[in-house]
Ligand binder design. Structure first.
Ligand SMILES: [Zn+2]
Length: 343
């Protein structure tokens, strides 16, 4: 990006109420077959338009064509049985009924490539596409086949690499892997989590990002955050190794969270997507508040490597609130951009 402080979002945006029930995760589709395909594409265009109108520079599909950031990808793989469900603890935090791995996991055909190609046709702006990371994928499944978290992660890394290469060929500029699990399983992250992520980006020429956050603003997450104390130092455990990795961009939660901003120093040299929008509240930030967060981040990341962003996806918010937050992000970044250019 040539532009200073290019803005983007972590990924998801709310869906229109005619497509799926608003403010709900895993909300079922309200349309069917061909009409559903058309509806998803219309929603994608609206999500793109909201971003462009708000002055967002690196745009996404707003995840309008998927029900959930992990499940939808896994649904397209063979080797996973969605009827055979088991209760597991997700991210050591909450019980959920999840599908089972029953055989070798294989991507029989591309998952999001048609959607990415459609987004590419709609805009000349740089586009970012989010995929789940290998560790977050295994954490959302019961594994009755490989019986090893690490082995399954390497299998998913191989599959993600195939998908990422197809997305790159479809014209995606940045491929992002969502790894909220990196904030929980520090030993595994350092042992094989980051290595598996590097396997997923092997051979790519486009830029790559990893998004590590404290999750959507749902109750299980906000309750967990209450147990983390005054200072959230989770990033400290994994940043040194991440700094050494081949990943180009690290996307982080910063606004309103208790993450000490100086931890960003540990990934000096990486591009940083600084979360300047809190997705766990309906209060819409003012542009000045966004600018303030970005100014603080500038102490620890060089201006040409700072990418203003949201803390996480905004799927569970209302469209009105999400639009307000997008506008605040665009306007807040512009304030700091002008300050930097005036220097
Ligand atoms: Zn997130």
């Amino acid at each position: 990006m040539n532009k200073l402080l290019p803005t983007s979002t972590a990924g998801s945006l709310p869906k229109p109420s005619w497509l799926a029930q608003p403010e709900t995760l895993w909300s079922p589709w309200k349309l069917d077959s061909d009409i559903l395909v058309e509806g998803k594409q219309d929603a994608l265009r609206l999500a793109l338009d909201d971003q462009l109108q708000a002055g967002i520079d690196i745009v996404s599909d707003g995840e309008q064509t998927r029900q959930h950031f992990v499940t939808t990808f896994i649904e397209h793989l063979s080797g996973v049985d969605f009827e055979k469900r088991e209760i597991v603890k997700i991210r050591n935090r909450y019980d959920a009924s999840v599908p089972s791995v029953i055989g070798e996991v294989v991507r029989k055909k591309p998952v999001f490539v048609d959607d990415a190609r459609f987004l590419r046709q709609q805009t000349t702006a740089p586009i970012k596409w989010a995929l789940p990371g290998p560790m977050t994928m295994i954490d959302t499944l019961y594994d009755g086949h490989y019986k090893s978290r690490e082995k399954l992660a390497w299998e998913f890394a191989r599959i993600l690499n195939q998908e990422a290469k197809d997305l790159e060929a479809a014209g995606v500029d940045i491929i992002q892997f969502d790894e909220p699990a990196f904030n929980v399983f520090f030993d595994e992250v350092n042992d094989w989590g980051i290595a598996a992520l590097e396997r997923a980006i092997e051979g790519l020429k486009c830029e790559t990002a990893v998004h590590i956050c404290y999750g959507y603003g749902i109750k299980a997450n906000t309750d967990w955050k209450k147990t983390l104390g005054n200072e959230w130092r989770q990033y400290e455990e994994i940043f040194p190794k991440l700094q050494q990795s081949n990943i180009d961009i690290v996307s982080l939660e910063c606004q309103n969270s208790r993450v000490p901003m100086d931890l960003i120093e540990l990934i000096r040299g990486k591009k940083v997507m600084v979360g300047a929008i809190d997705v766990a509240t309906n209060a819409i930030e003012t542009p000045e508040e966004v600018a303030d967060t970005l100014r603080k981040a500038l102490q620890f990341v060089d201006a040409d490597k700072l990418y203003p962003c949201t803390n996480c996806g905004m799927a569970p918010l209302s469209r009105r609130v999400a639009r307000g937050k997008l506008n605040a992000l665009g306007a807040g970044a512009e304030i700091v951009r002008r300050e930097l250019l005036a220097k």
